[in-house]
Write a protein that binds this ligand. Structure first.
Ligand code: NAD
Length: 482
Protein backbone atom coordinates (compact mmCIF):
# COMPACT_ATOMS: atom_id res chain seq x y z
CA UNK A 1 0.00 0.00 0.00
CA UNK A 2 1.44 3.38 -1.03
CA UNK A 3 0.44 6.82 0.20
CA UNK A 4 0.16 9.30 -2.65
CA UNK A 5 -0.39 12.94 -1.70
CA UNK A 6 -1.68 11.66 1.64
CA UNK A 7 -4.10 9.17 0.06
CA UNK A 8 -3.57 5.42 0.63
CA UNK A 9 -3.56 3.60 -2.72
CA UNK A 10 -3.16 -0.13 -3.28
CA UNK A 11 -0.87 -1.16 -6.15
CA UNK A 12 -2.19 -4.73 -6.41
CA UNK A 13 -4.82 -6.13 -8.76
CA UNK A 14 -8.48 -6.21 -7.75
CA UNK A 15 -9.91 -9.60 -8.64
CA UNK A 16 -13.10 -11.16 -7.30
CA UNK A 17 -13.38 -8.49 -4.62
CA UNK A 18 -9.88 -9.09 -3.28
CA UNK A 19 -6.43 -7.58 -3.56
CA UNK A 20 -4.06 -9.97 -5.31
CA UNK A 21 -0.37 -9.28 -5.81
CA UNK A 22 2.10 -10.47 -8.46
CA UNK A 23 5.62 -11.79 -7.89
CA UNK A 24 6.97 -8.92 -10.01
CA UNK A 25 6.26 -5.22 -9.55
CA UNK A 26 7.19 -2.00 -11.34
CA UNK A 27 7.63 1.62 -10.27
CA UNK A 28 4.94 4.20 -10.81
CA UNK A 29 6.67 7.56 -11.30
CA UNK A 30 5.12 11.01 -11.04
CA UNK A 31 5.72 13.18 -14.11
CA UNK A 32 5.70 16.26 -11.88
CA UNK A 33 9.09 15.61 -10.29
CA UNK A 34 10.18 12.09 -11.26
CA UNK A 35 9.62 10.59 -7.82
CA UNK A 36 8.51 6.97 -7.43
CA UNK A 37 5.04 7.20 -5.90
CA UNK A 38 3.96 3.56 -5.79
CA UNK A 39 4.98 0.03 -6.62
CA UNK A 40 2.50 -1.69 -8.89
CA UNK A 41 1.81 -5.39 -9.40
CA UNK A 42 3.08 -6.52 -12.80
CA UNK A 43 0.30 -8.75 -14.04
CA UNK A 44 0.83 -11.57 -16.49
CA UNK A 45 -1.23 -14.11 -18.43
CA UNK A 46 -2.21 -15.91 -15.20
CA UNK A 47 -3.50 -12.62 -13.77
CA UNK A 48 -5.64 -11.97 -16.84
CA UNK A 49 -6.92 -15.56 -16.72
CA UNK A 50 -7.90 -15.22 -13.06
CA UNK A 51 -9.65 -11.90 -13.59
CA UNK A 52 -11.65 -13.13 -16.59
CA UNK A 53 -12.59 -16.22 -14.58
CA UNK A 54 -13.88 -14.08 -11.71
CA UNK A 55 -15.82 -11.87 -14.11
CA UNK A 56 -17.27 -14.91 -15.86
CA UNK A 57 -18.45 -16.43 -12.57
CA UNK A 58 -20.03 -13.14 -11.46
CA UNK A 59 -21.80 -12.61 -14.79
CA UNK A 60 -25.00 -14.70 -14.49
CA UNK A 61 -26.10 -13.12 -11.21
CA UNK A 62 -25.22 -9.58 -12.30
CA UNK A 63 -26.93 -10.02 -15.68
CA UNK A 64 -30.08 -11.23 -13.86
CA UNK A 65 -30.03 -8.31 -11.41
CA UNK A 66 -33.06 -6.10 -12.12
CA UNK A 67 -32.28 -2.92 -14.04
CA UNK A 68 -33.43 -0.73 -11.14
CA UNK A 69 -30.98 -2.40 -8.77
CA UNK A 70 -28.11 -2.12 -11.25
CA UNK A 71 -28.95 1.57 -11.66
CA UNK A 72 -29.07 2.05 -7.89
CA UNK A 73 -25.59 0.56 -7.51
CA UNK A 74 -24.19 2.76 -10.29
CA UNK A 75 -25.58 5.81 -8.52
CA UNK A 76 -23.96 4.55 -5.29
CA UNK A 77 -20.63 4.40 -7.15
CA UNK A 78 -21.21 7.98 -8.38
CA UNK A 79 -21.89 9.00 -4.75
CA UNK A 80 -18.57 7.42 -3.79
CA UNK A 81 -16.74 9.28 -6.57
CA UNK A 82 -18.24 12.56 -5.34
CA UNK A 83 -17.39 11.75 -1.72
CA UNK A 84 -13.75 11.03 -2.64
CA UNK A 85 -13.51 13.65 -5.40
CA UNK A 86 -10.62 15.61 -3.84
CA UNK A 87 -8.61 12.44 -3.28
CA UNK A 88 -9.22 11.15 -6.80
CA UNK A 89 -8.23 14.55 -8.23
CA UNK A 90 -4.92 14.89 -6.38
CA UNK A 91 -3.94 11.26 -7.00
CA UNK A 92 -4.70 11.57 -10.72
CA UNK A 93 -2.71 14.81 -10.94
CA UNK A 94 0.25 13.27 -9.11
CA UNK A 95 0.10 10.21 -11.38
CA UNK A 96 -0.40 11.78 -14.83
CA UNK A 97 0.57 15.44 -14.39
CA UNK A 98 -2.68 16.92 -15.72
CA UNK A 99 -3.97 20.05 -13.99
CA UNK A 100 -5.46 19.66 -10.52
CA UNK A 101 -7.76 22.56 -11.43
CA UNK A 102 -9.24 20.53 -14.31
CA UNK A 103 -9.55 17.36 -12.26
CA UNK A 104 -11.39 19.16 -9.46
CA UNK A 105 -13.70 21.27 -11.60
CA UNK A 106 -14.34 19.20 -14.70
CA UNK A 107 -12.90 15.71 -14.91
CA UNK A 108 -13.90 14.07 -11.62
CA UNK A 109 -17.45 15.51 -11.65
CA UNK A 110 -17.67 14.03 -15.16
CA UNK A 111 -16.52 10.65 -13.81
CA UNK A 112 -19.46 10.67 -11.39
CA UNK A 113 -21.75 11.81 -14.20
CA UNK A 114 -20.63 8.86 -16.37
CA UNK A 115 -22.16 6.50 -13.78
CA UNK A 116 -25.31 8.57 -13.21
CA UNK A 117 -25.96 9.07 -16.92
CA UNK A 118 -25.72 5.39 -17.90
CA UNK A 119 -27.73 4.33 -14.82
CA UNK A 120 -30.55 6.65 -15.89
CA UNK A 121 -30.23 5.80 -19.58
CA UNK A 122 -30.59 2.10 -18.74
CA UNK A 123 -33.93 2.73 -17.09
CA UNK A 124 -35.41 4.30 -20.21
CA UNK A 125 -33.70 2.00 -22.74
CA UNK A 126 -36.30 0.38 -24.93
CA UNK A 127 -37.97 0.04 -28.27
CA UNK A 128 -41.71 -0.12 -28.89
CA UNK A 129 -42.91 -3.58 -29.91
CA UNK A 130 -44.09 -3.80 -33.51
CA UNK A 131 -46.19 -6.17 -35.51
CA UNK A 132 -45.48 -8.31 -38.58
CA UNK A 133 -48.51 -10.17 -40.01
CA UNK A 134 -50.04 -10.58 -36.56
CA UNK A 135 -46.72 -11.52 -34.95
CA UNK A 136 -45.17 -9.32 -32.27
CA UNK A 137 -41.53 -8.20 -32.55
CA UNK A 138 -39.98 -7.44 -29.17
CA UNK A 139 -36.47 -5.94 -29.07
CA UNK A 140 -34.31 -6.49 -26.00
CA UNK A 141 -30.76 -5.56 -25.02
CA UNK A 142 -29.26 -8.68 -23.44
CA UNK A 143 -26.00 -8.46 -21.46
CA UNK A 144 -23.10 -9.79 -23.55
CA UNK A 145 -20.75 -11.21 -20.90
CA UNK A 146 -17.23 -10.30 -19.78
CA UNK A 147 -15.94 -6.98 -21.16
CA UNK A 148 -12.21 -6.26 -21.40
CA UNK A 149 -11.58 -2.52 -21.17
CA UNK A 150 -8.14 -1.14 -22.02
CA UNK A 151 -7.42 2.52 -21.40
CA UNK A 152 -4.66 5.12 -21.89
CA UNK A 153 -2.88 7.51 -19.52
CA UNK A 154 -3.97 10.92 -20.75
CA UNK A 155 -7.34 11.01 -18.93
CA UNK A 156 -7.24 7.75 -17.00
CA UNK A 157 -10.35 7.64 -14.83
CA UNK A 158 -12.54 9.70 -17.16
CA UNK A 159 -11.90 7.43 -20.14
CA UNK A 160 -12.14 4.23 -18.08
CA UNK A 161 -15.48 5.13 -16.50
CA UNK A 162 -16.92 6.16 -19.86
CA UNK A 163 -16.62 2.44 -20.70
CA UNK A 164 -17.13 0.87 -17.25
CA UNK A 165 -20.44 2.62 -16.60
CA UNK A 166 -22.32 1.47 -19.73
CA UNK A 167 -20.73 -1.99 -19.60
CA UNK A 168 -21.95 -2.51 -16.02
CA UNK A 169 -25.29 -0.83 -16.65
CA UNK A 170 -25.90 -3.25 -19.51
CA UNK A 171 -25.47 -6.19 -17.12
CA UNK A 172 -21.93 -7.17 -18.10
CA UNK A 173 -18.98 -7.83 -15.86
CA UNK A 174 -15.72 -5.97 -16.42
CA UNK A 175 -11.97 -6.44 -16.37
CA UNK A 176 -10.21 -3.08 -16.64
CA UNK A 177 -6.54 -2.77 -17.65
CA UNK A 178 -5.44 0.82 -16.99
CA UNK A 179 -2.29 2.24 -18.57
CA UNK A 180 0.91 1.27 -16.78
CA UNK A 181 1.97 4.93 -16.50
CA UNK A 182 -1.25 5.83 -14.60
CA UNK A 183 -2.52 2.86 -12.60
CA UNK A 184 -3.70 4.58 -9.43
CA UNK A 185 -7.21 5.97 -9.85
CA UNK A 186 -8.45 2.63 -11.25
CA UNK A 187 -7.35 1.11 -7.96
CA UNK A 188 -9.17 3.79 -5.97
CA UNK A 189 -12.27 3.16 -8.09
CA UNK A 190 -12.13 -0.53 -7.10
CA UNK A 191 -12.34 0.54 -3.44
CA UNK A 192 -15.28 2.81 -4.28
CA UNK A 193 -17.19 0.02 -6.05
CA UNK A 194 -16.70 -2.24 -3.01
CA UNK A 195 -17.87 0.53 -0.68
CA UNK A 196 -20.94 0.99 -2.91
CA UNK A 197 -21.82 -2.70 -2.53
CA UNK A 198 -21.06 -3.93 -6.07
CA UNK A 199 -20.86 -7.74 -5.84
CA UNK A 200 -17.41 -9.35 -5.96
CA UNK A 201 -16.19 -10.17 -9.48
CA UNK A 202 -18.47 -7.71 -11.27
CA UNK A 203 -15.64 -5.17 -11.58
CA UNK A 204 -12.00 -6.26 -11.69
CA UNK A 205 -8.76 -4.37 -12.29
CA UNK A 206 -5.56 -5.93 -13.58
CA UNK A 207 -2.37 -3.88 -13.45
CA UNK A 208 0.70 -4.19 -15.65
CA UNK A 209 2.14 -3.75 -19.11
CA UNK A 210 0.06 -3.84 -22.26
CA UNK A 211 2.20 -6.42 -24.00
CA UNK A 212 1.89 -8.76 -21.00
CA UNK A 213 -1.37 -8.71 -19.04
CA UNK A 214 -3.18 -6.57 -21.67
CA UNK A 215 -2.36 -8.88 -24.56
CA UNK A 216 -3.43 -11.95 -22.54
CA UNK A 217 -6.69 -10.27 -21.57
CA UNK A 218 -7.79 -9.38 -25.10
CA UNK A 219 -6.81 -12.84 -26.39
CA UNK A 220 -9.00 -14.66 -23.84
CA UNK A 221 -11.86 -16.39 -25.71
CA UNK A 222 -14.18 -15.94 -22.70
CA UNK A 223 -14.12 -12.15 -23.26
CA UNK A 224 -17.27 -11.09 -25.15
CA UNK A 225 -16.49 -7.40 -25.75
CA UNK A 226 -13.27 -5.40 -26.03
CA UNK A 227 -13.33 -1.64 -25.78
CA UNK A 228 -9.98 0.04 -26.31
CA UNK A 229 -8.84 3.65 -26.19
CA UNK A 230 -5.27 4.27 -27.24
CA UNK A 231 -2.90 4.41 -30.17
CA UNK A 232 -3.22 3.01 -33.69
CA UNK A 233 -0.30 0.51 -33.42
CA UNK A 234 -1.79 -1.04 -30.26
CA UNK A 235 -5.22 -1.12 -31.92
CA UNK A 236 -3.75 -3.31 -34.66
CA UNK A 237 -2.46 -5.85 -32.08
CA UNK A 238 -5.78 -5.88 -30.24
CA UNK A 239 -7.77 -6.21 -33.47
CA UNK A 240 -5.69 -9.21 -34.46
CA UNK A 241 -6.32 -10.88 -31.09
CA UNK A 242 -10.04 -10.09 -31.31
CA UNK A 243 -10.22 -11.45 -34.85
CA UNK A 244 -9.14 -14.92 -33.83
CA UNK A 245 -12.00 -15.16 -31.31
CA UNK A 246 -14.43 -13.00 -33.33
CA UNK A 247 -14.75 -10.76 -30.26
CA UNK A 248 -16.68 -7.56 -31.08
CA UNK A 249 -14.55 -4.53 -30.40
CA UNK A 250 -14.75 -0.77 -30.18
CA UNK A 251 -11.65 1.30 -30.92
CA UNK A 252 -11.19 4.94 -29.90
CA UNK A 253 -7.86 6.03 -31.36
CA UNK A 254 -5.72 9.01 -32.17
CA UNK A 255 -6.34 12.15 -34.16
CA UNK A 256 -4.78 15.05 -36.03
CA UNK A 257 -7.85 17.21 -35.99
CA UNK A 258 -8.17 20.53 -37.82
CA UNK A 259 -9.30 23.79 -36.27
CA UNK A 260 -10.52 25.83 -39.24
CA UNK A 261 -10.73 29.61 -38.98
CA UNK A 262 -12.63 31.38 -41.77
CA UNK A 263 -12.08 35.09 -42.28
CA UNK A 264 -15.71 35.78 -41.30
CA UNK A 265 -15.31 34.21 -37.86
CA UNK A 266 -15.16 35.89 -34.47
CA UNK A 267 -11.37 36.14 -34.17
CA UNK A 268 -11.44 36.55 -30.37
CA UNK A 269 -13.25 33.24 -30.10
CA UNK A 270 -10.98 31.63 -32.70
CA UNK A 271 -7.84 32.67 -30.82
CA UNK A 272 -9.35 31.58 -27.50
CA UNK A 273 -10.24 28.12 -28.84
CA UNK A 274 -6.91 27.73 -30.64
CA UNK A 275 -4.95 28.42 -27.44
CA UNK A 276 -7.18 25.89 -25.63
CA UNK A 277 -5.63 23.18 -27.81
CA UNK A 278 -2.60 23.24 -25.46
CA UNK A 279 -4.80 21.86 -22.65
CA UNK A 280 -3.40 18.84 -20.82
CA UNK A 281 -0.02 19.74 -22.41
CA UNK A 282 -1.53 18.77 -25.76
CA UNK A 283 -2.20 15.20 -24.65
CA UNK A 284 -5.82 15.22 -25.77
CA UNK A 285 -7.01 12.89 -28.53
CA UNK A 286 -9.55 15.47 -29.71
CA UNK A 287 -7.08 18.37 -29.84
CA UNK A 288 -7.35 20.56 -32.92
CA UNK A 289 -3.62 20.40 -33.41
CA UNK A 290 -3.72 21.68 -37.01
CA UNK A 291 -4.73 25.33 -37.17
CA UNK A 292 -6.03 26.08 -40.67
CA UNK A 293 -6.52 29.82 -41.09
CA UNK A 294 -7.96 31.71 -44.08
CA UNK A 295 -5.10 33.68 -45.57
CA UNK A 296 -6.74 37.12 -45.36
CA UNK A 297 -6.81 36.94 -41.52
CA UNK A 298 -3.76 34.75 -40.97
CA UNK A 299 -1.41 37.57 -39.99
CA UNK A 300 -3.77 39.08 -37.45
CA UNK A 301 -4.77 35.66 -36.09
CA UNK A 302 -1.14 34.60 -35.67
CA UNK A 303 -0.14 37.79 -33.86
CA UNK A 304 -3.06 37.51 -31.45
CA UNK A 305 -2.51 33.79 -30.93
CA UNK A 306 1.18 34.25 -30.11
CA UNK A 307 0.38 36.98 -27.60
CA UNK A 308 -2.18 34.80 -25.82
CA UNK A 309 -0.12 31.61 -25.94
CA UNK A 310 3.00 33.35 -24.61
CA UNK A 311 1.00 34.37 -21.53
CA UNK A 312 0.18 30.76 -20.57
CA UNK A 313 1.62 29.84 -17.21
CA UNK A 314 3.60 26.62 -17.29
CA UNK A 315 4.50 24.82 -14.09
CA UNK A 316 3.42 22.50 -11.31
CA UNK A 317 -0.04 21.12 -12.15
CA UNK A 318 -0.99 21.12 -8.46
CA UNK A 319 -0.86 24.93 -8.50
CA UNK A 320 -4.39 26.05 -9.41
CA UNK A 321 -2.98 29.00 -11.38
CA UNK A 322 -1.01 26.75 -13.77
CA UNK A 323 -2.22 26.44 -17.38
CA UNK A 324 0.19 23.80 -18.71
CA UNK A 325 1.79 21.01 -16.71
CA UNK A 326 4.40 18.40 -17.60
CA UNK A 327 4.15 15.70 -20.24
CA UNK A 328 3.70 12.16 -19.04
CA UNK A 329 7.06 10.38 -19.36
CA UNK A 330 10.66 10.91 -20.52
CA UNK A 331 10.06 8.58 -23.50
CA UNK A 332 7.01 10.58 -24.51
CA UNK A 333 8.85 13.91 -24.13
CA UNK A 334 11.63 12.58 -26.36
CA UNK A 335 9.00 11.50 -28.92
CA UNK A 336 7.42 14.98 -28.92
CA UNK A 337 10.80 16.65 -29.27
CA UNK A 338 11.72 14.26 -32.08
CA UNK A 339 8.73 15.43 -34.13
CA UNK A 340 9.65 19.09 -33.60
CA UNK A 341 13.37 18.62 -34.25
CA UNK A 342 12.69 16.79 -37.51
CA UNK A 343 10.18 19.45 -38.60
CA UNK A 344 12.68 22.26 -37.97
CA UNK A 345 15.44 20.33 -39.73
CA UNK A 346 13.12 19.97 -42.74
CA UNK A 347 12.72 23.75 -42.97
CA UNK A 348 9.69 24.54 -40.80
CA UNK A 349 9.73 27.45 -38.33
CA UNK A 350 9.00 27.49 -34.60
CA UNK A 351 6.95 30.68 -34.28
CA UNK A 352 6.61 29.82 -30.59
CA UNK A 353 8.50 27.38 -28.34
CA UNK A 354 10.24 24.58 -30.17
CA UNK A 355 11.84 22.60 -27.35
CA UNK A 356 11.73 21.52 -23.70
CA UNK A 357 11.32 24.25 -21.09
CA UNK A 358 14.85 24.34 -19.73
CA UNK A 359 13.88 26.78 -16.95
CA UNK A 360 11.56 24.18 -15.45
CA UNK A 361 13.51 21.08 -16.49
CA UNK A 362 11.93 17.67 -16.05
CA UNK A 363 9.12 16.84 -18.46
CA UNK A 364 7.95 20.36 -19.32
CA UNK A 365 7.78 21.12 -23.04
CA UNK A 366 7.25 24.69 -24.19
CA UNK A 367 3.95 25.38 -25.98
CA UNK A 368 5.00 25.29 -29.61
CA UNK A 369 3.60 26.64 -32.86
CA UNK A 370 5.10 25.32 -36.09
CA UNK A 371 4.66 27.34 -39.28
CA UNK A 372 5.98 26.91 -42.83
CA UNK A 373 5.74 23.11 -42.66
CA UNK A 374 5.11 21.31 -45.96
CA UNK A 375 1.61 19.90 -46.42
CA UNK A 376 2.95 16.36 -46.69
CA UNK A 377 5.38 16.67 -43.78
CA UNK A 378 5.32 14.42 -40.74
CA UNK A 379 4.50 17.25 -38.33
CA UNK A 380 1.33 18.11 -40.28
CA UNK A 381 0.17 14.53 -40.69
CA UNK A 382 1.12 12.55 -37.58
CA UNK A 383 -0.25 12.84 -34.05
CA UNK A 384 2.38 14.46 -31.78
CA UNK A 385 0.27 14.24 -28.59
CA UNK A 386 2.11 17.13 -26.99
CA UNK A 387 1.84 20.95 -26.79
CA UNK A 388 2.67 21.32 -30.46
CA UNK A 389 0.33 22.94 -33.00
CA UNK A 390 0.91 23.60 -36.69
CA UNK A 391 -0.49 26.59 -38.58
CA UNK A 392 -1.29 26.51 -42.29
CA UNK A 393 -3.24 28.95 -44.41
CA UNK A 394 -5.93 28.35 -47.03
CA UNK A 395 -8.02 30.26 -49.55
CA UNK A 396 -11.74 29.47 -49.71
CA UNK A 397 -13.94 26.59 -48.65
CA UNK A 398 -12.74 23.95 -51.10
CA UNK A 399 -9.14 24.27 -50.02
CA UNK A 400 -10.11 24.36 -46.33
CA UNK A 401 -12.07 21.11 -46.68
CA UNK A 402 -9.33 19.43 -48.72
CA UNK A 403 -6.70 20.34 -46.12
CA UNK A 404 -8.94 19.37 -43.22
CA UNK A 405 -9.57 15.92 -44.68
CA UNK A 406 -5.99 15.31 -45.81
CA UNK A 407 -4.67 13.09 -42.99
CA UNK A 408 -5.37 9.42 -42.26
CA UNK A 409 -7.31 10.44 -39.13
CA UNK A 410 -10.91 11.61 -38.67
CA UNK A 411 -11.61 12.05 -34.98
CA UNK A 412 -12.87 15.63 -34.72
CA UNK A 413 -12.92 18.99 -36.48
CA UNK A 414 -13.55 22.49 -35.17
CA UNK A 415 -14.96 25.10 -37.50
CA UNK A 416 -15.12 28.85 -36.91
CA UNK A 417 -17.29 30.96 -39.13
CA UNK A 418 -19.88 33.70 -38.84
CA UNK A 419 -21.97 32.27 -41.69
CA UNK A 420 -24.54 29.57 -40.78
CA UNK A 421 -24.85 28.37 -44.40
CA UNK A 422 -21.09 27.96 -44.68
CA UNK A 423 -21.08 26.09 -41.35
CA UNK A 424 -23.66 23.64 -42.73
CA UNK A 425 -21.90 23.22 -46.09
CA UNK A 426 -18.43 22.73 -44.65
CA UNK A 427 -19.38 20.53 -41.68
CA UNK A 428 -21.24 18.25 -44.08
CA UNK A 429 -18.02 17.70 -46.05
CA UNK A 430 -15.67 17.09 -43.11
CA UNK A 431 -14.54 13.54 -42.34
CA UNK A 432 -14.81 13.42 -38.54
CA UNK A 433 -16.68 11.66 -35.75
CA UNK A 434 -17.43 15.00 -34.09
CA UNK A 435 -17.62 18.48 -35.65
CA UNK A 436 -17.76 21.56 -33.43
CA UNK A 437 -19.02 24.78 -34.93
CA UNK A 438 -17.88 27.92 -33.06
CA UNK A 439 -17.23 25.83 -29.93
CA UNK A 440 -14.95 23.07 -28.70
CA UNK A 441 -15.14 20.04 -26.38
CA UNK A 442 -18.88 20.31 -25.68
CA UNK A 443 -19.95 16.67 -25.43
CA UNK A 444 -23.20 15.12 -24.28
CA UNK A 445 -23.11 11.47 -23.20
CA UNK A 446 -26.27 10.89 -25.26
CA UNK A 447 -24.34 11.66 -28.45
CA UNK A 448 -22.38 9.13 -30.51
CA UNK A 449 -18.63 9.36 -30.01
CA UNK A 450 -15.91 7.81 -32.14
CA UNK A 451 -13.71 8.41 -35.11
CA UNK A 452 -13.56 7.91 -38.85
CA UNK A 453 -10.61 6.37 -40.75
CA UNK A 454 -7.68 5.53 -38.41
CA UNK A 455 -9.30 7.41 -35.53
CA UNK A 456 -11.47 4.49 -34.59
CA UNK A 457 -13.98 1.77 -35.23
CA UNK A 458 -17.53 1.98 -33.89
CA UNK A 459 -19.36 4.50 -31.74
CA UNK A 460 -20.12 4.68 -28.02
CA UNK A 461 -22.42 7.03 -26.11
CA UNK A 462 -26.16 6.84 -25.27
CA UNK A 463 -27.90 4.07 -27.26
CA UNK A 464 -24.69 3.37 -29.19
CA UNK A 465 -23.02 2.21 -25.95
CA UNK A 466 -25.86 -0.19 -25.17
CA UNK A 467 -25.86 -1.47 -28.76
CA UNK A 468 -22.17 -2.26 -28.40
CA UNK A 469 -22.17 -3.71 -24.88
CA UNK A 470 -25.30 -5.85 -25.45
CA UNK A 471 -26.47 -8.66 -27.66
CA UNK A 472 -29.48 -6.93 -29.17
CA UNK A 473 -32.22 -9.48 -29.66
CA UNK A 474 -35.52 -9.50 -31.57
CA UNK A 475 -38.11 -11.95 -30.21
CA UNK A 476 -40.90 -12.65 -32.71
CA UNK A 477 -44.04 -14.21 -31.16
CA UNK A 478 -46.93 -15.78 -33.02
CA UNK A 479 -50.38 -14.72 -31.80
CA UNK A 480 -51.45 -16.68 -28.72
CA UNK A 481 -54.47 -18.92 -29.20
CA UNK A 482 -57.54 -17.45 -27.52
P1 NAD B 1 -1.24 2.92 -26.12
O1 NAD B 1 -1.89 2.33 -27.30
O2 NAD B 1 0.24 2.87 -26.02
O3 NAD B 1 -1.76 2.24 -24.78
C1 NAD B 1 -3.13 2.22 -24.43
C2 NAD B 1 -3.39 1.01 -23.54
O4 NAD B 1 -3.17 -0.17 -24.28
C3 NAD B 1 -2.50 0.92 -22.31
O5 NAD B 1 -3.28 0.48 -21.22
C4 NAD B 1 -1.50 -0.15 -22.71
O6 NAD B 1 -0.95 -0.82 -21.62
C5 NAD B 1 -2.38 -1.07 -23.51
N1 NAD B 1 -1.68 -1.97 -24.44
C6 NAD B 1 -0.50 -1.76 -25.08
N2 NAD B 1 -0.20 -2.83 -25.85
C7 NAD B 1 -1.20 -3.71 -25.69
C8 NAD B 1 -1.47 -5.01 -26.25
N3 NAD B 1 -0.63 -5.60 -27.11
N4 NAD B 1 -2.60 -5.63 -25.88
C9 NAD B 1 -3.47 -5.06 -25.03
N5 NAD B 1 -3.26 -3.84 -24.47
C10 NAD B 1 -2.15 -3.18 -24.80
O7 NAD B 1 -1.77 4.40 -26.06
P2 NAD B 1 -1.35 5.56 -25.05
O8 NAD B 1 0.00 6.07 -25.43
O9 NAD B 1 -1.58 5.09 -23.65
O10 NAD B 1 -2.47 6.66 -25.36
C11 NAD B 1 -2.31 7.67 -26.29
C12 NAD B 1 -3.14 7.41 -27.52
O11 NAD B 1 -4.51 7.24 -27.14
C13 NAD B 1 -3.13 8.58 -28.47
O12 NAD B 1 -3.02 8.10 -29.79
C14 NAD B 1 -4.48 9.22 -28.26
O13 NAD B 1 -4.97 9.98 -29.33
C15 NAD B 1 -5.34 8.03 -27.99
N6 NAD B 1 -6.57 8.43 -27.31
C16 NAD B 1 -7.75 8.34 -27.99
C17 NAD B 1 -8.93 8.75 -27.38
C18 NAD B 1 -10.27 8.64 -28.09
O14 NAD B 1 -11.28 8.70 -27.42
N7 NAD B 1 -10.30 8.49 -29.40
C19 NAD B 1 -8.90 9.25 -26.09
C20 NAD B 1 -7.68 9.34 -25.43
C21 NAD B 1 -6.51 8.91 -26.05
Amino acid sequence: MATVAGVPVNGDHWIDGERIGSPATFDDVSPIDGTVIARIARGDAATAHAAVGAAERAFPAWAATPRAERARLLHAIADGVEKHLDRLAIVETTDNGALLRSHLRGVMPRVAHNFRFFADWLLQLGHADFETRGHTNHVSWDPAGVCALITPWNAPLMLATWKIAPALAAGNTVVLKPAEWTPLTASLLADITAEAGLPAGVFNVVQGYGEEVGAALVADPRVRRISFTGSVPTARHISAAAASNLTPLSLELGGKSPLIVFADSDLDLAVHLAVEQYDNAGQVCLAGSRLLVEDSVAEEFTARFLERAAALKQGDPRDLATDIGPNIHPDHLARIDGFVTRALAAGATAALGGGPNTDLGGLYYRPTLITNAAADSEIVNEEVFGPVLTLQTFTGEDQAVAMANSTRFGLAATLLTGDPQRAERVSGRLVAGTVWVNCFFVRDLKAPFGGARHSGVGREGGDWSFDFYCDVKNTVSAPWAK
